[in-house]
Design a protein. Structure first.
Length: 440
């Protein structure tokens, strides 16, 4: 090949990490990040400039919900486009040293399995928590590469799993199927390093699933992040803010490596944690904020499921949007895959590209004894609680969450027809095996 032919070939080749036909895709999850922890969602005491820019350049979802108020089921919905019960993971999975916990089923359809069929290179980086049995691991679920941990959390420096208030139980950090040792590398920065390395080596379209462990327990941050926050802040809020600001910097560093035609989606896996619990040093933790929304992680009130979320696709999805459409984590798989069948979620891309409203639908939640149905402004909640470890509040509640987003006024007694309709839809959804109720 002569020099002229070589230069012509190089000029015609797609840029690194870019395909002329298929965009790169990055899905980023935070862990236990509340709406009141992100400045573009109203936080006044935490700086998140990279998330703010991501939202400003694309769509900020003001009414995005996790499919579950806890992590494993919520993450299953993001990757499969299904309700957690339909994906086979209705509750939090165990963390065990034998690394043989069943989770996602063999042959499950995930974003990764479908994109691999389209020629994508795929990687999962970070917290998995969707099963550590062979059939449930990332590389059995469509991912070419995996770097991260299987447990619900690990120490940010030693990468060991802790019980609440207890001692480190086992080390949990893996590259593909090989255990690796990286202590004392800070978890958030370590995951960003691996994500950037994956992006930078790609010459074909790629899908990166980047699931940070922050700002989940145990709360740890580099001293430089703690020191730049006012010493007068509440102790736990200050530590939480430091963990979140380190997370935001890590996200910024990853996005700076993403070149070419790239879709980026971000979501927290559930609402922020506000329950009484101990970290590995044996003290209580009350650091996160769900803003004006009631309750916290583990609850089907808004504080448990309404989460910060945003999507950016330059040149395709107009920036500066704020979507009030009720959306769920299960919607991102069909949206990225542009698929209208085979999922409980729906393809939102046309809505995002054209800023047109999406037809109303009824959506549902179930977690342990709590159930919930939402249509338009009406939200029915049955036997809810206020968060993990909190007692059940028996009975049926109905809220107009547009007029009353903090869920203070139970309208069940004054709106019996709406209660009956949503109750019937909820029962029908469960009777049909949790599949989405058709639009009416």
């Amino acid at each position: 090949m002569n020099r002229r032919d070589f230069l012509g070939m190089m000029a015609a080749a797609p840029a690194l990490g870019q395909s002329s036909a298929q965009p790169n895709i990055i899905v980023i999850l935070a862990d236990d990040l509340g709406i009141g922890d992100v400045s573009c969602f109203g936080a006044k005491d935490i700086r998140t400039p990279n998330l703010d820019k991501l939202a400003a350049d694309g769509v900020r979802f003001a009414n995005w919900h996790a499919n579950s108020p806890v992590c494993s089921p919520s993450r299953a919905s993001v990757l499969t486009g299904k309700y957690p019960q339909h994906a086979g993971i209705p509750e939090i999975l165990f963390s065990r040293p034998d690394f043989d916990v069943p989770g996602l089923r063999k042959g499950e359809t995930t974003i990764a399995t479908e994109l691999k069929k389209r020629g994508y290179r795929t990687a999962a980086v970070g917290k998995w928590h969707l099963g550590s049995a062979p059939a449930s691991k990332p590389r059995a679920q469509g991912f070419d590469e995996f770097f991260g941990f299987y447990s619900g959390w690990t120490d940010y420096y030693s990468h060991r799993y802790y019980t609440l208030g207890g001692q480190p139980l086992f080390h949990d950090l893996w590259r593909n199927d090989e255990e690796v040792w990286e202590e004392p590398a800070y978890q958030t920065e370590l995951l960003a390093r691996e994500a950037k390395a994956f992006i930078q080596k790609q010459r074909s379209p790629y899908f990166l699933y980047l699931a940070f462990g922050a700002p989940h327990y145990p709360m740890m941050a580099p001293k430089r992040y703690i020191d730049r926050l006012p010493a007068t802040m509440d102790r736990d809020r200050r530590m939480h803010a430091a963990v979140v600001e380190a997370l935001d910097d890590a996200i910024g560093s990853v996005l700076s490596a993403a070149k070419g035609d790239t879709i980026v989606f971000f979501q927290s896996d559930n609402g922020g944690t506000r329950e009484l619990r101990a970290d590995h040093r044996g003290r209580e933790y009350f650091g996160s904020s769900n803003g004006i929304y009631r309750a916290s992680k583990g609850s089907l009130f808004e504080g448990g499921t309404r989460v910060p979320a945003m999507l950016r696709w330059p040149g395709k999805v107009p920036g500066g949007q704020v979507s009030e459409t009720v959306c769920m984590g299960m919607d991102i798989a069909p949206t990225l895959l542009r698929a209208s069948t085979g999922f409980d979620g729906i393809d939102l891309m046309q809505h995002l590209m054209t800023k047109t409203p999406y037809p109303e639908r009824t959506v549902f939640w179930e977690y342990k004894d709590q159930t919930c149905a939402r249509r338009e402004q009406w939200k029915l909640v049955v036997d809810p609680n206020e968060g993990l470890g909190k007692p059940t509040i028996p009975g049926v509640m109905l809220f107009d969450v547009v007029a009353d987003p903090s869920e203070k006024n139970n309208l069940a007694a004054s709106q019996p027809a709406i209660v009956q309709r949503l109750t019937e839809e909820l029962k029908a959804w469960k009777a049909r095996g949790y599949k989405q109720v058709a639009k009416t």
